[in-house]
Design a protein around this ligand. Structure first.
Ligand code: COA
Length: 160
């Protein structure tokens, strides 16, 4: 069974390996070493929340989000990664649902997605994220980012 929990210091080498092995992050020159450094800092920065997804004891996904990291208001999802051998199994969907239920997501969730990462665009659009803008060459030459936003969905009232 998939387990979702806070990411802890012991997870950072595994999460970083997972991130560094994904072609998307390799394209950005984002190495496992850089990811491990960032995740370790995020664990103590007081603004980040980190989620780990594990399956049978192995780390299979992670999310790094920053409270009010978007425009000083909305939760900014900085990184979403699922083990490359386990894409399409519902792990990303489960992680995003978990993040959206955090109190920090009450003022909505914002994230960036590479303009040529069509798989991730379909993923977010299936989860009802709206494409609200673009940042041409934001990260570097030829690296355009799309801005996605999802307003907070209040829990539906229980029947009766
Ligand atoms: C994008 C990513 C986080 C999605 O996680 P995932 O666990 O593979 O996705 P899920 O299995 O939860 O898919 C959820 C929905 O998105 C769709 N989806 C997932 N991967 C897809 C793909 N490659 N192509 C098309 N649709 C896809 C699924 O059909 C599913 O919809 P459904 O449940 O209605 O059928 C993951 O594939 C990943 O880590 N990719 C590489 C890194 C990356 O792109 N990160 C995002 C950076 S912005």
């Amino acid at each position: 069974m998939l387990r979702l929990r806070d990411l802890c210091a012991d997870d950072t080498p595994h999460a970083a390996q997972l991130v560094g092995a994904l072609p998307l992050y390799q394209r950005y020159g984002y190495t496992a070493q850089a990811a491990e450094r960032d995740l370790q800092r995020a664990l103590v920065d007081g603004r980040s929340r980190l989620l780990a997804a594990s399956y049978q004891g192995a780390l299979v996904g992670c999310v790094w989000a920053i409270d009010r990291g978007a425009f000083g208001r909305s939760l900014y999802v900085r990184l979403v990664a699922v083990d490359g051998t386990r894409h399409g199994l519902g792990i990303g969907r489960a992680m995003m649902a978990h993040v959206e239920a955090w109190p920090e997501a009450r003022r909505g969730v914002v994230l960036l997605c590479s303009a040529d990462n069509q798989d991730a665009q379909r993923f977010y659009e299936r989860l009802n994220y709206r494409r609200v803008g673009a940042l041409p060459e934001y990260v570097g030459p030829g690296l355009d980012e799309l801005i996605y936003y999802k307003a907070h969905q209040p829990p539906s009232p229980s029947p009766g």
